[in-house]
Design a protein around this ligand. Structure first.
Ligand code: ARG
Ligand code: ZN
Length: 881
């Protein structure tokens, strides 16, 4: 039996609050077990609201010790405090009034990591989405904007540092071993952007002068001794601030910008006004301990949170259904930033890989939901890849449809029109309509219809008339609670390549609007005729992945190879090779399933090796070409009745064929891509390391002995190379003495660095095969594992479930039973973390029937457990529906 069912919230029920909150004054007396919070809230009744309407405030697990109206006790008959709300009656009809609420909290025992909690002796808050109501009773919703003053009192020795949002007002010693500090944030903000941090931390300081001359103090707080590892984050922050001025015309608006790195955090980071709080994994880096991917993530997430200052904070969401208003847009902004800092093509490839491996499965499974949902039971479960990444793609499509200048005009209008407001997706889209004069009504379906559209195309060439006819048909698959779908506006970038590699320039096009190379699909079926095409063209669809769709077009290897060689759009070149590889991997999986000999097409091998050896292409791009679609990618492409063991066997056969055919190319690349001199984390050096390591993987794959990987492990002088070599050893030779030794030496060397030990856990959790479950179980008893720390749990349990197709999906169902047990265990402490890890089973219905039967039983076991959180019960029930 569940105890926490959670209410369903509907978008259509939205209405503004009855009372307007004018000011917030908070005083915290910090103590690990007995923190006292006094909240003074000034309200007035909104015009037109009934004089008898009560004030209803949200709460969650609160202990209230005082309640005053204008400094006088409120009699018990006039209020009611329940588990979820405080309801006060008999309030003034028109005059403003002050409610003072005193609550007592225990940060140390707050294992949910929502509200005020402790991490490594530091007090810290996480309020998005609904954590503020765990601090005091409050109108805890994003459309209630107020100006906050925050006073913090704490023991001076334990917490020399007292931080909150906004600008520092002052502070003093209190003479009794305690001190206080006051902060004032002049920008009206919703409660989810409130933050408080107090403790003993080291700091890295810098400064930034904005375009209009405002001096901003920059501070990054980390554990003492870790200051040198924050240098890259600081550099990324300054670049992000400058970029947002240059590209979006956005300046920072306070005297100080602070980032605090903490080691216990449910998500990546949080954009609290002027005081971002980060999972330390996305702040700390040095060559010895961080990989190139870590550096790129830090750069992107530092930028993401900083960019929220305008897209999220200055302009926020009216309600949580509008989450993509800030998240989709801010992801789009951080993608553009990284593209400008690094290689645009390689960044785009990485984005599309991520979108297809994370968002497409979500959109194709039981958890599918629109980018702008219309109902939810637990909002924490909607911080999804659909809201974030598909939301970003929708923003990108607006830019594609409008073109650069009109998109910019629309963004400028958005900032001008809505600064200081809490708005909706409709408000956002209206700015682009106003700026461009275009009607985006059909386009807006991208926000409302879930599911990945499928475009099926076929072409025919008429040599006599010199015309090429494309027949295009779109459909959007049914998703939970949305069976019938209307046709969408799909901006499909397209090129027609001729046999010599040049691009055809049609003399006329009928049947669709085309602007530049963007073909606007708007009907269910469209026939597009291109005239003046001198010879049979090879269509290259969805350049730059202009639309987040699946596209089916029968295209032979020769035609794909032509695209891979000649496309002017480099992304499309990668896409052609990747699609060719995927076709082959699907075929190999089917062969493995039927027990037939496994084959790999020569055209694929030739295409991959040609690109790998092509020195005019940048190394990072070539490494992307060499990295084959994952087992999960293959499973998604097959779609149903999946057997992960057959998929893996097929993939290994293809890898082996490429490794054997390319042994010279790969050996040469390992030599030629080596770097000398001190480590540099820039994109170019990272690209060389990526290509060298991709080649090394094939070299190791072609050899039955662990020597080459062992040598690479010994020679590595940075974490990228070291962790790659350890992965090769562990995944290819899991039981070899060399692997046992390497794992032990790695552990010993980094035992005091939890973030590196997370890599050690993850590498072992992803060793293919059924035996890994026992290894994961054993690692859970390792002294370096900590079941209370989200990063440790994600590295071991999460990585096993999300990224070990054969280990997790064991045919005997043990993997699912293990996960079910873990979910219940984690849920008792941290529901948000449990619910997130459970989504690893979102594609369970696409497994063959023995496995899907076991998966169903495991899910039913979770659904039937006692005391389930609303977070987990929401996910498990949707997955079983
Ligand atoms: N707004 C944060 C970000 O994207 C994420 C916070 C998520 N919090 C949550 N409780 N789900 O930068
Ligand atoms: Zn965000």
């Amino acid at each position: 039996m569940r105890t926490n069912t959670g209410q369903i919230v509907h978008l259509e029920d939205y209405r503004p609050t009855d009372f307007v909150l004018e000011r917030v004054d908070l005083t915290f007396e910090l103590d690990p077990r007995e923190t006292k919070v006094e909240a003074r809230l000034i309200f007035h009744r909104r015009e037109g609201v009934s004089p008898s309407a009560p004030l209803v405030l949200d709460g969650d697990e609160l202990t209230m010790t005082g309640l005053l109206l204008d400094q006088v006790d409120i009699p018990a008959a006039l209020y009611e405090a329940t588990d979820e709300a405080l309801i006060i009656r008999g309030l003034p009809e028109t005059a403003p009034f002050e409610i003072t609420i005193t609550t007592v909290l225990s940060p140390e025992t707050n294992t949910k990591l929502m509200g005020l909690y402790r991490t490594s002796n530091v007090y810290c808050t996480q309020c998005e989405a609904e954590g503020f109501r765990r601090i005091t009773y409050f109108p805890d919703r994003p459309d209630v904007l107020a100006v906050y003053t925050v006073n913090i009192i704490a023991d001076k020795a334990a917490a020399p540092l007292l931080l909150s949002n906004g600008n520092y007002l002052g502070g003093a010693d209190m003479g009794d071993g305690r001190h206080f500090a006051s902060w004032f944030d002049p920008h009206p903000k919703p409660s989810y952007l409130f933050a408080l941090v107090a403790g003993d931390l080291g700091v890295v300081e810098d400064r930034f002068t904005t375009a209009s001359g405002r001096e901003v103090a920059l501070k990054i707080y980390v554990e003492h001794g870790k200051e040198p590892r924050a240098a890259y984050a600081m550099d990324a922050l300054k670049r992000a601030m400058k970029w947002d001025e240059e590209v979006f015309g956005r300046e920072y608006d306070l005297d100080i910008f602070m980032i605090v790195a903490v080691s216990d955090f449910n998500m990546g980071a949080m954009e609290n006004k002027g005081l971002n709080v980060f999972n330390d994994k996305y702040v700390l880096a040095d060559p010895e301990t961080a990989t190139d991917t870590d550096y790129a993530n830090i750069e992107a997430i530092i930028a993401h949170e900083y960019f929220h200052n305008w897209t999220g904070n200055r302009i926020t969401c009216r309600d949580w259904f509008q989450l993509c208003l800030k998240e989709g847009l801010t992801v789009y902004r951080d993608h553009e930033f990284s593209a400008d800092m690094r290689s645009r093509t390689v960044k785009r490839i990485a984005e599309v890989r991520h979108l297809k491996s994370e968002q497409f499965p979500e959109d194709a499974g039981p958890l599918a939901h629109p980018v702008r949902p219309t109902k939810y039971r637990e909002i924490n479960n909607f911080y999804t890849t659909t809201v974030y990444e598909k939301g970003s793609e929708v923003t990108r499509m607006i830019a594609t449809i409008l073109g650069r200048d009109l998109f910019k005009k629309g963004m400028d209008l958005y900032f001008e029109r809505h600064d200081g407001q809490a708005v909706t997706i409709e408000d956002f889209v209206a700015c682009f309509e106003a700026a461009s004069g275009r009607d985006l009504a059909q386009f807006s379906l991208w926000y409302h219809q879930a599911g990945t559209p499928l475009v099926t195309a076929s072409g025919s060439y008429d040599a006599g008339k010199q015309t090429y006819t494309l027949s295009l048909e779109q459909s959007v698959p049914p998703t939970p609670e949305q069976s019938a779908k209307a046709p969408m506006h799909i901006p499909l970038r397209l090129g027609l390549l001729l046999e010599d590699g040049t691009e055809a320039t049609p003399t006329a096009v009928s049947g669709a609007d085309i602007t530049g190379d963007v073909l606007h699909l708007t009907e269910r079926k469209q026939t597009v005729v291109f005239s003046g095409i001198p010879s049979r063209p090879v269509p290259s669809f969805n350049r730059g992945f202009s639309a987040p769709i699946n596209l089916h077009f029968e295209q032979g290897a020769r035609d794909r190879a032509l695209i891979a060689r000649h496309e002017t759009d480099l992304f499309a070149r990668w896409q052609a090779l990747n699609t060719m590889a995927l076709d082959n991997l699907v075929k190999a999986a089917a062969e493995a399933r039927r027990g037939q000999p496994l084959t790999c097409d020569d055209a694929l091998i030739d295409g991959l090796l040609a690109a790998a050896a092509e020195d005019r292409l940048e190394p990072a791009f070539r490494s992307q070409v060499l990295s084959l679609p994952s087992e999960a990618d293959i499973a998604r492409e097959i779609g149903s009745n999946n057997d992960p063991d057959a998929i893996q066997a097929g993939r290994q056969a293809v890898l082996a064929a490429i490794a054997a055919a390319g042994s010279n190319t790969f050996a040469q690349l390992v030599d030629r891509m080596s770097l000398s001199g001190p480590f540099r984390p820039d994109a170019e050096s990272a690209g060389r390391r990526a290509l060298r390591n991709a080649a090394l993987s094939y070299v190791v794959y072609a050899d039955d002995r662990p020597e080459k990987a062992t040598n690479a492990f010994r020679a590595a002088n940075n974490m990228t190379d070291l962790s790659h070599a350890l992965t090769l050893l562990a995944h290819r030779f899991p039981d070899a003495d060399e692997t046992v030794d390497a794992l032990a030496s790695f552990k010993k060397r980094f035992a005091d660095n939890a973030l590196v030990i997370d890599k050690w856990f993850a590498i072992q959790a992803t060793i293919p095969g059924a035996a890994t479950l026992d290894r994961v179980r054993a690692l859970m008893s390792d002294p370096l594992f900590n079941a209370n720390n989200p990063n440790r749990v994600r590295s071991l349990v999460g990585t096993f479930a999300f990224a070990n197709a054969t280990g997790f999906n064991r045919a005997d169902g043990e993997g699912y039973r293990f996960l079910a047990h873990q979910i219940l265990d984690i849920d008792a402490r941290n529901p948000q973390l449990a619910a997130r890890i459970l989504t690893s089973m979102r594609s369970w219905r696409s497994l063959e029937k023995v496995r899907s039967g076991h998966a169903r039983s495991a899910l039913e076991g979770i659904a039937g457990a006692a005391n389930l959180s609303a977070d987990v019960s929401d996910i498990v029930e949707r997955m079983l529906k």
